[in-house]
Design a protein around this ligand. Structure first.
Ligand code: MN
Length: 483
């Protein structure tokens, strides 16, 4: 058997029996620049194929001599409508000991089994193919219809849309809500994602913070401000005791049909609500933000335990669609088991407190115990769009620790730190990666104690930011992150 590489570049194909199916395949292969040899017993047909510049010969595909003609072909497609002739040709190929890759056309399940027994690598049963494509067409049509309905309900919004997710929302529900908010935004409808209770798990907080998804607590809103209510991925998280629901999307059926919505899409045959929302994004032809694409992909992966549990083809095609749009560094960080809960917290804090001036980002991670977390946070923040330099600092014991990263070739971050803090502390590192430690007392002139921690932090924060931005040659007090 040839290797994959030679198959792709050097393969010769033989088509035995060239009716309408064989002809369509031959044209497709020729268009891809493949070498195709055709054998059919109908002289007129062969003549017509030759007029098309195809390499065609007249012969009966049942003849043993036919097999001799195609020994140099790696792939043989036996596609005549005469299934007995196809079986005979296949038998001849295998009897001769040929290890060619053979695709054979059957006429029904019985002949399909027969061809498999004779050694076909792939058997095509036309009725199954047609049934499949009919089902796919139905699925596409149904999705088109539903996307139109969903859009209409969203368009009915005069004020704002509330997208409600359950208590302790998980990545699937948060991602689905974020996707629905993007769909709404594409139709000029503003929406808030409203959760109950708290964002519980460490990973879920990291997920929300790393992706910068804005969520609103139920306690902070007045539902009277919203005229469209959507609930997504809700059934698993509690009983939705909601009266006026307009949109319901889920992959679980609610225990009792408590909710009656104007638009409902509940699909127990997929594994994640993120999968369903991805299908709508595709159908509506939306360009997803990287954050939401990443969130949806993570939602599907989390719900299927990385495609190991209850994964359906729909989940896989949705994931494949999202893959090129997603930020894989962030995905890795959310799920990275090497990232301790404290590191995730430091990162979350650094993301919240970031201040950006031009392409430079400076942030304060507060009080920490694990200094390594700072370097990881600085590295991660470098992935944010438009950012070329990052510096994250924090206080541990009586010391200010600062980690910085730069991918701006015009900037030597080691020198920047040395210029800014060289007199007070020890700067280490080089042009792309540097750190500094400064005794807190020297920096602030105040002795540290339990009582003045917050004061110290505030003093430090302002001074460090200013010194850093000065040393980078930009004004401080640029655009502060608004979250
Ligand atoms: Mn779910």
């Amino acid at each position: 058997m040839s290797t994959g590489i030679t198959m792709a570049s050097m393969s010769r194909y033989a088509i035995l029996g060239c009716g309408s199916v064989g002809h369509a395949v031959a044209e497709e292969l020729e268009a891809e620049g493949k070498e195709v040899e055709i054998i059919d017993r109908d002289e007129g047909r062969v003549e017509a194929l030759r007029d098309q510049d195809l390499d065609a010969h007249t012969a009966d595909i049942r003849d043993e001599a036919t097999v001799d003609r195609i020994t140099d072909c790696d792939v043989v497609l036996i596609l005549s409508s005469d299934v007995d002739a196809n079986a005979a040709a296949l038998a001849n190929i295998r009897e001769r000991g040929g290890d060619q890759f053979v695709v054979a056309r059957a006429s029904d399940p019985v002949s399909a089994d027969e061809l498999t027994d004779l050694g076909a690598d792939v058997v095509i049963n036309p009725s199954a193919v047609i049934a499949n494509s009919a089902l796919r067409a139905l699925e596409t049509g149904e999705l088109e219809f539903k996307a139109r309905n969903l859009s209409e309900v969203i368009d009915d919004t005069d004020e704002r849309m509330a997208i409600r997710i359950h208590r302790s929302p998980d990545p699937d529900s948060i991602a689905s809500a974020a996707a629905l908010r993007e769909i709404a935004a594409s139709r000029d409808v503003e929406a808030d994602i409203i959760y109950e209770g708290e964002i519980g798990h460490q990973e879920n907080r990291a997920f929300v913070n790393l992706l910068g998804i804005e969520l609103t607590s139920e306690t902070d809103v007045d539902f009277a401000d919203y005229d469209t209510i959507a609930i997504v991925d809700y059934a698993k998280g509690g009983e939705p005791d909601l009266d006026d629901v307009d949109i319901l999307v889920d992959h679980f059926e609610a225990e009792d049909d408590l909710v009656e919505a104007r638009f409902t899409d509940v699909r127990p045959n997929v594994s994640a609500t993120s999968t369903i929302l991805t299908k709508y994004v595709q159908e509506l032809d939306l360009t997803l933000s990287q954050e939401v694409a990443t969130a949806l992909l993570y939602g599907i992966r989390a719900e299927t335990l990385d495609f190991k549990r209850d994964t359906t083809p729909a989940d896989l095609t949705a994931a494949a669609y999202l893959y090129p749009f997603a930020d894989h560094d962030t995905l890795e960080q959310v799920e990275s088991p090497s990232m301790s809960p404290e590191t995730l917290d430091v990162l979350a804090e650094a993301i919240r407190n970031r201040e950006v001036s031009g392409s430079h980002l400076v942030s304060n991670a507060g009080f920490i115990r694990d200094r390594d977390a700072l370097a990881q946070a600085a590295q991660h923040l470098l992935n944010l769009e438009g950012i070329t330099t990052t510096a994250v600092f924090a206080i541990a014991d009586d010391t200010i620790y600062l980690a910085a990263r730069s991918k701006d070739i015009r900037m030597n971050i080691g020198k920047v730190l040395d210029d800014a803090f060289g007199e007070m502390g020890e700067a280490k590192g080089h042009s792309t990666d540097a750190s500094v430690e400064i005794p807190l007392g020297i920096f602030t002139g105040i002795e540290t104690s339990e009582d003045n921690r917050e004061t110290l932090l505030a003093l430090t924060e302002e001074a460090v930011r200013k010194k850093l931005f000065d040393a980078m040659g930009v004004d401080s007090g640029g655009e502060t992150n608004g979250s």
